[in-house]
Design a protein around this ligand. Sequence first.
Ligand SMILES: Cc1cc2nc3c(=O)[nH]c(=O)nc-3n(C[C@H](O)[C@H](O)[C@H](O)COP(=O)(O)OP(=O)(O)OC[C@H]3O[C@@H](n4cnc5c(N)ncnc54)[C@H](O)[C@@H]3O)c2cc1C
Length: 107
Amino acid sequence: MEGQLTIEEESTIMMDMNMMNSIVINEEDQDCVVGAGLDYLSLNKLLSETGGTLNFPLDPGPGATIGGMASCSCSGSTAVKYGTFKENVLRFVLKEVRKNLSNFLFF
Ligand SMILES: Cc1cc2nc3c(=O)[nH]c(=O)nc-3n(C[C@H](O)[C@H](O)[C@H](O)COP(=O)(O)OP(=O)(O)OC[C@H]3O[C@@H](n4cnc5c(N)ncnc54)[C@H](O)[C@@H]3O)c2cc1C
């Protein structure tokens, strides 16, 4: 793991984001809305199936997810031409669960 596993207290939990892999492609707007668990290789495969020119140009380690790439603002060999992660994202929706963990787990 890029950020390594950090256990701060005994009650620390790990979250599997695999199922947060939704994707909505807006070809007219030339953008898409994706879940944090989607990996960029799958994203590019789905984008290529639209037959258009949409492409997510970053290429860090294979299998990297949107959430993981965001957390380290990844780059890759194409960054000189297309920029790093932050230049390729228009908007984020962040969900803070740390302070309301009991709400998050039980509601
Ligand atoms: C072979 C290889 C080549 C690489 N080349 C490059 C390169 O050229 N340029 C570059 O910039 N990077 C490179 N990387 C690093 C790469 O950018 C990161 O490993 C990758 O982006 C992390 O994504 P991940 O999904 O694997 O995240 P993880 O390793 O699973 O997590 C990374 C961090 O993000 C946190 N995190 C993950 N998901 C979320 C979420 N949904 N919400 C909040 N926090 C989250 C984790 O807790 C952890 O702290 C390379 C890595 C490898 C293995």
